[in-house]
Design a protein around this ligand. Structure first.
Ligand SMILES: C[S@@+](CC[C@H](N)C(=O)[O-])C[C@H]1O[C@@H](n2cnc3c(N)ncnc32)[C@H](O)[C@@H]1O
Length: 334
């Protein structure tokens, strides 16, 4: 998750911005897709280059007002879709896309928006909807079974105490609708040992991932981007937790030619590999960036460059992360 905060001036701090720009090189112009417009930090920087056009996506309706200001200023050089990035294929292929950027997670505005109920530091109704959702965290906590909750906390939060927490949730909800503070109390009472992170981090992460279908969103966003990006174009992703980083790392490694032997790609597709890894290791924030914005500390940037126009078969990623996609399906009855 990204909280990307600069508390002094209450602005969203675009994480790894310099590093992303140096990879996608907007200096000579071209069309770029900003999949996670947020407060427009990345888009604004890209549009400083006069020959750049930005097509931006964000699922949060509250981004619209910022997008309107961008539209007034940059006219035809800016387009905004209040949509999820899994719908990125509405962009026409003939737009010659030079770069596609994902800055995953949440913006400062969203975390600070109490109505979104994203933070365990606030009190009140559980929610966690970023926009265009079918159910809330409240629905998950209220209606899913103890086994289902356990799976969600375990797979999406990597929470060691998922069983105990789920049992307590199901017991406590008999008496009242559980609010954010009630869930925090349950988690605190289940985890006696000291932890470096806030004890609620993992369970809250799990709920956020499920409410926003983050697993299928990311997989669809990445796979659709592959066939949209032009030759020599770059796909770059900034991740904030280990599950999304694992997905990006695996996908980029598999589609890139540095990975010669893959049990997921059919033998005859080895010579069809059409991407190169920009760097083997992820790019992480400098000490200075972490000092200025501590919530950037878990950020990792990975990127690939398209080196041939051959169409890619991306079924392998759905296979690899089937176990996570199955957990996501638990909520389909809500
Ligand atoms: C970390 S913020 C991006 C900040 C942005 N780079 C900036 O500099 O202002 C992440 C944004 O992505 C949006 N988002 C997350 N998942 C999304 C999805 N699946 N589709 C569209 N937008 C999404 C969130 O609503 C949020 O505004």
């Amino acid at each position: 998750m990204s909280t990307t905060i600069l508390p002094e001036n209450k602005l969203h701090y675009p994480v790894l911005l310099k590093e992303v720009l140096s990879i996608i090189s907007p200096q000579s112009g071209g069309t770029f897709i900003d999949c996670t417009f947020g407060q427009g930090g990345y888009s604004r920087k890209l549009l400083e280059y006069p020959k750049v056009k930005v097509i931006a996506f964000d699922r949060d309706q509250k981004c619209k007002s910022i997008a309107i200001k961008f539209k007034n200023k940059f006219k035809d050089r800016f387009e905004f879709y209040n949509k999820k990035f899994s719908e990125i294929d509405i962009v026409k292929n003939d737009d010659k896309i030079k770069g596609i950027i994902f800055d995953l997670g949440f913006s400062y505005n969203q975390i600070k928006d109490q109505s979104k109920g994203l933070s365990f530091n606030y009190k009140g109704r559980l929610n966690m909807k970023m926009g265009q959702n079918n159910f809330s965290a409240q629905d998950i906590i209220k209606y899913l079974s103890v086994n289902e909750l356990e799976k969600i906390f375990k797979y999406f939060g990597e929470e060691k105490y998922s069983k105990l927490i789920s049992k307590k949730v199901v017991n406590e909800r008999k008496f009242k609708d559980l609010l954010t503070e009630d869930l925090v109390d349950i988690i605190n009472s289940s985890k006696k040992n000291f932890t470096k992170k806030n004890k609620s981090t993992k369970v809250f992460q799990a709920l956020r991932i499920l409410v926003n279908n983050e697993i299928s969103e990311l997989i669809l966003g990445l796979t659709k981007s592959c066939n949209l990006i032009s030759k020599n174009g770059i796909i770059a992703a900034v991740t904030f937790h280990s599950i999304e980083d694992r997905i990006c790392k695996f996908f980029f490694n598999e589609i890139s030619s540095q990975r010669k032997i893959s049990r997921y790609l059919p033998i005859n597709s080895i010579d069809q590999i059409s991407f190169n890894l920009i760097k083997k290791k992820p790019i992480v924030p400098t000490i200075k960036e972490v000092e200025e914005n501590p919530s950037s500390r878990s950020a990792k940037l990975r990127a690939v460059k398209r080196v041939s126009k051959k169409k890619l078969d991306t079924k392998f990623i759905f296979e690899k992360f089937k176990y996570l996609l199955e957990v996501e399906k638990i909520a389909s009855k809500l």
